[in-house]
Write a protein that binds this ligand. Structure first.
Ligand SMILES: Cc1cc2nc3c(=O)[nH]c(=O)nc-3n(C[C@H](O)[C@H](O)[C@H](O)COP(=O)(O)OP(=O)(O)OC[C@H]3O[C@@H](n4cnc5c(N)ncnc54)[C@H](O)[C@@H]3O)c2cc1C
Length: 459
């Protein structure tokens, strides 16, 4: 049976289910294709989400099933590697029951008229006349099917199974490199002590436990916690480090996990990079992890997945109304995304690269000098930007004198965050100028990478 749809969405995670729901609600004929059984869709994450993302979701008209929330958070504690410095960054959020979350989103898609095709593993895009015309999939019963559509949405997570199979001249196909990802492992465990302040999530910087990343302790109640770590993919590839081994070595038997009873264990890859050069191609768009929309500094990707799906859905609906699903016809998604979040994401990526070159000693001294206030840490990790008054700049400059090596790196990052922002503000308004723009962006990044003693990247 070969079906034709307005839109085929590949992957029933947060991004795919939400995009499918939004488009079906507007009357489009949508298929949501998922390799797992629908009731088994479950993503391994830290399960934490900022309240502003939930508010945005509610504003779209969805009424959220309260079963998805396990705990309310009121802030994050950030620790230096030697634990001598603790920052508290206020900010509301939730600890999700990620299984309930996935099931709720799929059921909303289902109820709005989406054809949920589970146990369908998408293998390749159907490429005809330069346009993506749908996908081929293997069904659970061993048969194959072609699912044809005017627009295909790649929401298949970090592997990007559809977009990465397109030829390189489609800029949406740019592969995710290990050095632009974090390799993570986490467990949800029950402990035998009462967790203090379970309303605070905790983030620990340590190049011993989680080189180039961080390890986390996100309570789910006063007895249960999501605890895990991420390692910079570059180091995983170059040195053979493994997040699971580090977890077993440093966290599983630590005081934090005392009396550990494992409720769920698993790992995954978190994309931590600037946006793809283009989130669209002829007849195709990418959303969520498939479009690498994760915050490159803290790895939060559930909120950006929702945002990208919302913006992509708008662009697709409009393109279908105009009868133009070419790259140009879908281009608006690129410019909307960059305006809403993508430029910040690129700036955060610049900051991320600098952080990954700091030693534990530099992190300890930098945090001890309290160069930035707790609010400024929040601002920089969320917005990728820092607006400082003249007086604050002076105070910071004086504090930086105490840690000149860290100061040099911080000011280098701030300078390039600004320069990269300038390039993104000139992002082309149509696909014709993309290649030239990309040359200037990659040249700027390579200039910065050289200063951080990182090898250049090619286009
Ligand atoms: C260990 C870890 C901890 C994290 N912690 C947090 C956190 O605390 N907070 C936060 O906001 N973010 C966190 N993230 C990131 C966050 O989980 C992701 O950014 C987000 O879930 C992405 O959603 P998605 O829908 O884009 O992708 P996914 O949730 O990965 O969904 C992709 C879907 O596509 C399906 N699929 C894949 N291939 C195929 C195929 N060939 N055919 C059909 N279907 C296919 C998959 O089965 C899956 O259901 C974490 C990630 C990891 C790995």
């Amino acid at each position: 049976m070969n079906e034709t749809y307005d839109v085929v969405v590949v992957g029933a995670g947060t991004a795919g289910s939400y995009a499918a729901y939004l488009m079906a609600r507007q009357g489009l004929k949508v298929a949501l294709v998922e390799r797992k059984r629908a009731e088994e869709v479950f993503k391994v994450t830290g399960d934490a989400i900022g309240e502003h993302h939930i508010k945005r979701l509610e504003a779209s008209g969805l009424s959220i099933n309260n079963k998805v929330f396990m705990i309310r958070y009121s802030g994050a504690e950030l620790y230096s590697p030697d634990l001598s410095v603790r920052y508290f960054v206020a900010g509301r959020g939730y600890g999700l029951d990620i299984g309930e979350w996935a099931q709720w989103l799929i059921s909303e898609a289902n109820n709005s008229g989406v054809d949920v095709l589970d146990r369908h593993t998408v293998t390749v895009p159907i490429l005809e006349g330069g346009f993506v015309k749908g996908v081929k999939a293997n069904r659970g019963d061993g048969t194959q099917v072609e699912l044809r559509a005017k627009v295909t949405v790649d929401a298949s997570g970090a592997t990007g199974v559809v977009r990465t199979k397109l030829p390189p001249q489609y800029r949406i196909s740019e592969p995710l490199l290990p050095e632009d990802a974090s390799y993570a492992y986490r467990e949800v465990i029950e402990v035998d002590y009462a967790i203090a302040n379970p309303q605070n999530i905790r983030i620990y910087l340590s190049n011993v436990i989680s080189p180039g990343g961080y390890w986390w302790f996100f309570p789910k109640s006063d007895k249960t916690v999501n605890i895990g770590l991420g390692i910079w993919g570059k180091l995983v590839k170059e040195t053979g480090l493994n997040p699971r081994s580090n977890y077993d070595k440093y966290l599983a038997k630590s005081e934090h996990a005392r009396g550990r009873r494992v409720l769920h264990a698993g790992g995954g890859i978190v994309p931590t990079r600037r946006p793809l050069p283009s989130l669209v191609g002829p007849g195709i768009v990418a959303v969520g992890d498939a479009a690498v929309t994760v915050n490159p500094v803290h790895g939060g990707g559930i909120g950006p997945a929702l945002l990208s799906s919302e913006l992509a859905s708008k662009a697709i609906i409009e393109a279908l109304e105009r009868g133009d699903v070419s790259e140009r016809g879908l281009w608006r998604y690129n410019t909307d995304y960059l305006r809403a979040y993508g430029i910040k994401q690129a700036q955060l990526d610049v900051f991320r690269l600098m952080l990954q070159t700091l030693s534990d000693d530099q992190l300890n001294r930098g945090l001890r000098a309290r160069i930035l206030t707790e609010e400024e840490v929040l601002e920089i990790s969320e917005k990728g930007d820092l607006n400082l008054s003249g007086l604050r700049k002076l105070t910071i400059a004086l504090r930086l004198l105490k840690v000149p090596d860290v100061a040099r790196k911080l000011s280098l990052a701030l300078r390039y965050m600004n320069e990269v922002k300038g390039i993104y503000l000139n992002y082309p308004q149509d696909p014709g100028n993309l290649d030239n723009w990309l040359v200037s962006l990659v040249a700027k990044y390579n200039e910065y990478r050289l200063k951080l003693k990182l090898p250049p990247q090619s286009i």
